[in-house]
Design a protein around this ligand. Structure first.
Ligand SMILES: Nc1ncnc2c1ncn2[C@@H]1O[C@H](COP(=O)(O)OP(=O)(O)OP(=O)(O)O)[C@@H](O)[C@H]1O
Length: 987
């Protein structure tokens, strides 16, 4: 269904007679004026049966048109079971007069006035008692004592870390801070927050200390920089005071600081979401990084926090930290179980378990606890399933009352379907003129996205509903999240990724079953989702509704009862092993002796959680032997361990040893026979190894018929390149005909072959991205969501940078320092009696000169390709693609319209020259607007459709003009910089 901007003719007796106003255009403003609409608190507010009866109840509604259905009413059961909801009362928090330490101005905190004012400006006037107690734990603020703490979601953990981190940076001007977060969205959000917090703050004067010279040349203001894969920021470690990073970037920064000898500049490392240590894919890098810091013993303060840590004491023991557990949640949450259209209270999981077992029990003496509210059954076909009916009714009720609801679904498809249903039920609810305008803006922003947008959003956004999942592009997700955050949208239906990745609070969190895909979510994820309910500053209470089917009652109850799993090391042999860890420490020259490596192992979480230490030492020995065998490390003439050029390149590029070896084989092959007359070989080298892209081209997602037709369309040189890489078109043809999904992956060789085929499949998509094919077209071609394609492009950015580093390192000869000359941190352990596994192993022949120069050439070629990858454009457009908003297709269109250089663009008139080109690109959007308007005019007999079209067209123009002006300004800046650079060069 397409968007209909005028909120269709009323069908509900409450707001106006159905279809009686034909030919009279009714705007949402008119509706808002007519309607008596008083938002009240939802929970604990009874709605009389009489009201429902007067309107005939849901059962009596008949369908008026396809766009509208009515959400079922939710009615109270009886007076005695009405849930008493105690809203948050600010008075219940102790005052500063009673507890002076609740003010950040208190001398014990010794914080600059400006920082305290900045906190107040962001809504923090008084801190919570637990925050104060945690900060006042001895040594936390003053003597760099490490700290591990937990508090419920929304409990205010970040404030404690912010205070400790900023105090460290402000009072130790030579020191830097690392703040590590697991998701890019969180990194971006936190960077913005910290930048606001440090406004107007200056580092204290200081004349001594390492790194001071570098610091002095910089401004005394605090610089906060974010680092994450795919970020286009050119900032470096030395430019910043606070680096906000993803886990991988943080580990790479620490590695290079150790290697360069600047690790002493690091004063504090804050790790948010510390429970991620448990995550086999990414979390184990947390452990590598923290183990190095523990081992270095340089007094770097480590602060770790999480809402879901079952064993904080173990982690505190490992990190030699104080630990603090807070249970405080400023906004109380009221939890409910919803089953068969009935809402039961479940104040805690025990009560839920009781309710659940009573509901499923065949024992008549087991009477279920009394429900509080009943959701009326629906006669609409779409709402016949009680689970869907409940979810839709609860979400619609929240939105109707003017609050925000977050609905979690188990899949992308179901989140879209549920969003459409909720939108249909909210279709008749008028929004204010201002909100309507804002929703128009949201749609215009979506329509202006170069990567296109999910058309289904046109159906939901006008009713104040959005959806959010990884199939959408980042830009779509950002627009939806922002619109929800500022109240333009009232409901977001999301997959679980939203709970972990973005900080969006809601009055109500509604779980449409507790599954992610087919599996039950884990207890930690469940907490994250439910913890989104009721945020300080936004809501007075929070409510969660876990809606489930009968067959799910028991597993859901078990899930709620389940203890959070203890956070364990991922360095065990069944998970990631210890090989990468050992290679990193040797490659960064942090450790070069066996004793040093043993000490490293003793500083790992693995050591603290392993059932016996001998097992860890055996693992260490096995890892050393394996690294020697793979020629990633070698034994030097001084009987120490040193990295080979390959080991060094692997660590510098952020790869695992296994991926590094895979990539190395490909690169060596490229060096020996590179297919120069096609770009396919280069694109392949830039394509991330399949498991890195996770969702793109995993085994099951290679569509062999598509693969075959892609091969058929290739020119000879490209096909030659692929054959050289290892692709056999006959095998692809065979797989396409057989309908089989997978290549066998039983042996090492089979694994490698399967990886190559999957990687080449992704290469085709990457080639399309670089050749300016619109993301929509690529998405259709591979039958994959646009978000997945975009994710591939982004992963490629990080991977490409890694490949370039890899080649550069392979081109740099490695020298082995004698023990007394090295910058090792373990010098003291090197002695004549030092035990050395693998001693006597012949050293790997050093890399030959011709190989080194080959890698150097490859690095240069890859660097050129990297710019194309960033720009998403062909080589002839690279210059233009430096300009803000000028990427891929836009660069091509400008070029074709005569703007062939940055200079030409800088001299353009945004309105006269650029806007028409942009409107040309947006032609399909105008057509879509016209279609929508025509359709609603036909349906509603709307005489003023022409005005509506003009209004939406004007909006689009305004938006595009703003973009065009930014483009011209950006081109002028780039051109000026270029002129200055040339002038410098000529002088
Ligand atoms: N003392 C305080 N006074 C007022 N608002 C506060 C206070 N402490 C924190 N907040 C606000 O409460 C909200 C939640 O805080 P925060 O993000 O730190 O929670 P959290 O414990 O880190 O939650 P999560 O586990 O979800 O990340 C934020 O908007 C924050 O600004």
């Amino acid at each position: 269904m397409a968007v209909s901007w005028q909120p269709s003719v009323l069908t509900n007796g409450r707001t106006g007679p159905a279809k009686q106003v034909n030919n009279n255009f009714v705007t949402s403003v008119d509706l808002t004026r007519r309607q008596k609409f008083h938002p009240v608190s939802i929970a604990g507010t009874k709605r009389a049966f009489a009201e429902t009866d007067a309107e005939g109840g849901a059962a009596q509604f008949s369908r008026q048109n396809d766009t509208e259905i009515r959400a079922s009413k939710i009615v109270e059961c009886s007076d005695e079971h009405v849930e008493e909801v105690q809203p948050y009362r600010p008075g219940s928090t102790p005052s500063v007069t009673q507890h002076p330490l609740l003010s950040l101005r208190h001398p014990s905190y010794d914080l600059p006035k400006q920082l305290v004012e900045n906190f107040a400006g962001l809504g923090v006037h008084v801190i919570y008692p637990w925050q104060s107690s945690c900060l006042m734990r001895s040594g936390v603020l003053s003597q760099a004592k490490n700290l591990v703490y937990t508090a419920p979601t929304g409990g205010g953990k970040s404030l404690v870390a912010d205070v400790v981190l900023l105090k460290k940076v402000l009072q130790n001007p030579a020191k830097k801070a690392l703040l590590v977060l697991p998701y890019v969205a969180l990194v971006q959000e936190k960077t913005k927050w910290l930048r606001r917090l440090v406004e107007g703050l200056r580092r204290e004067e200081c004349s001594e200390g390492p790194g001071m010279n570098a610091q002095k040349s910089r401004s005394p203001e605090i610089t906060v920089v974010s680092f994450y894969g795919g970020s286009k920021s050119k900032a470096t470690w030395s430019d910043c005071d606070v680096a906000v990073c993803t886990i991988e970037k943080a580990n790479m920064l620490v590695n290079s600081a150790i290697e360069e000898g600047t690790i002493g500049d690091l004063g504090i490392v804050v790790c948010d979401e510390l429970h991620m240590l448990d995550d086999e894919h990414r979390g184990y890098i947390f452990e590598l990084m923290l183990t190095k810091l523990m081992c270095l013993q340089l007094g770097i303060q480590v602060v770790g926090m999480s809402a879901t840590l079952a064993n904080p004491e173990v982690l505190a023991d490992w990190l030699r930290a104080k630990f603090f557990v807070a249970k405080y949640r400023p906004i109380p949450i009221h939890e409910h179980l919803v089953y068969e259209n009935t809402i039961y209270p479940s104040a805690n999981s025990k009560e839920f378990l009781k309710t659940a077992s009573q509901l499923t029990s065949s024992d008549p003496t087991q009477r279920p606890s009394q429900p509080t509210r009943i959701i009326e059954k629906s006669l609409y076909q779409e709402l016949s399933n009680p689970l869907t009916n409940a979810v839709v009714a609860l979400a619609a009720e929240t939105a109707e009352q003017g609050y925000g609801a977050l609905v979690f679904c188990n899949s992308r498809a179901s989140s879209q379907a549920i969003a459409c249903l909720i939108a249909k039920t909210l279709h008749h609810i008028p929004a204010s003129a201002e909100v309507t305008e804002r929703r128009i803006d949201v749609l215009a922003s979506l329509q202006a996205l170069p990567g296109g947008f999910e058309p289904c959003l046109s159906d939901t956004v006008p009713s104040g509903v959005g959806f959010h999942h990884a199939g959408l592009t980042i830009e779509e997700r950002d627009i939806i999240a922002e619109a929800y955050d500022n109240g333009t949208l009232k409901v977001i239906v999301a997959t679980c990724s939203l709970a972990a990745g973005i900080n969006l609070p809601a009055r109500r969190v509604i779980l449409n079953s507790a599954r992610m895909g087919r599996d039950m979510v884990g207890p930690a994820m469940l907490r994250q989702m439910r913890g989104r309910a009721g945020r300080k500053g936004k809501d007075e209470i929070g409510e969660t509704f876990l809606c489930c089917q009968k067959i799910e009652l028991e597993p859901v109850a078990e899930l709620l009862e389940a203890e959070l799993p203890a956070v364990m090391s991922c360095l065990t042999p069944e998970k990631r092993g210890i090989k990468r860890a050992i290679l990193e420490t040797i490659s960064t020259r942090m450790i070069s002796t066996y004793e040093g490596l043993q000490e490293y192992a003793q500083n790992s979480l693995l050591w603290h959680t392993a059932p016996n230490h001998k097992m860890v030492l055996d693992m260490l020995d096995a890892a050393i032997v394996s690294l020697l065998k793979d020629k990633l490390i070698e034994v030097t003439e001084y009987d120490t361990y040193a990295p080979t050029a390959l080991g060094n390149a692997i660590v510098a590029s952020g790869l695992t040893p296994e991926d590094g070896l895979f990539v190395h084989a490909d690169l060596r092959q490229a060096l020996s026979s590179f297919v120069m007359d096609s770009e396919m070989h280069l694109f392949y080298l830039f394509t991330p190894i399949p498991h890195q892209t996770q969702s793109f081209a995993t085994t099951s997602e290679v569509a062999w018929p598509t693969f075959r037709s892609l091969l058929e369309q290739l020119d000879d040189p490209s096909l030659r390149a692929l054959r050289l890489i290892g692709i056999n078109p006959a095998l692809v043809n065979q797989l396409a005909n057989s309908g089989l999904d997978n290549l066998p992956e039983r042996t090492e060789d089979e694994l490698r072959t399967a990886r190559i085929y999957r990687r080449v499949y992704s290469t085709f998509a990457l080639r399309d991205i670089c050749n300016e094919t619109p993301i929509n077209t690529i998405s259709l071609k591979y039958n994959l969501p646009r978000g997945t394609i975009q994710n591939l492009a982004q992963t490629c950015h990080g991977f490409a940078a890694g490949m370039i580093k890899f080649c550069q390192r392979m081109a740099t000869p490695i020298s082995h320092c004698a023990p007394d000359q090295s910058r090792n941190h373990d010098e003291s352990t090197i002695g004549p009696d030092a035990q050395l596994i693998g001693a006597g192993t012949p050293a790997r022949p050093t890399i030959t000169n011709s190989e080194a120069s080959g890698f150097s050439m490859l690095a240069a070629v890859l660097e050129h390709m990297q710019s194309r990858l960033y720009a998403g454009a062909r080589a002839d457009l690279l210059e233009m693609a430096q300009v803000t908003f000028v990427k891929g297709r836009m660069a091509r269109l400008l070029y074709e319209n005569g703007f062939k250089s940055v200079r030409a663009l800088s001299e353009a008139d945004a309105k006269k020259d650029i806007l028409p080109i942009m409107m040309g690109i947006s032609g399909w959007k105008l057509k879509q607007i016209q279609r929508d308007v025509n359709r609603s005019a036909a349906e509603e007999g709307d005489a003023e459709a022409g005005d509506l079209y003009e209004m939406r067209k004007r909006k689009l123009e305004e938006k595009l003009l703003r973009k065009a002006e930014i483009m011209v300004r950006s081109a002028a800046v780039i051109y000026e910089r270029e002129v200055l650079r040339t002038a410098d060069f000529e002088e």
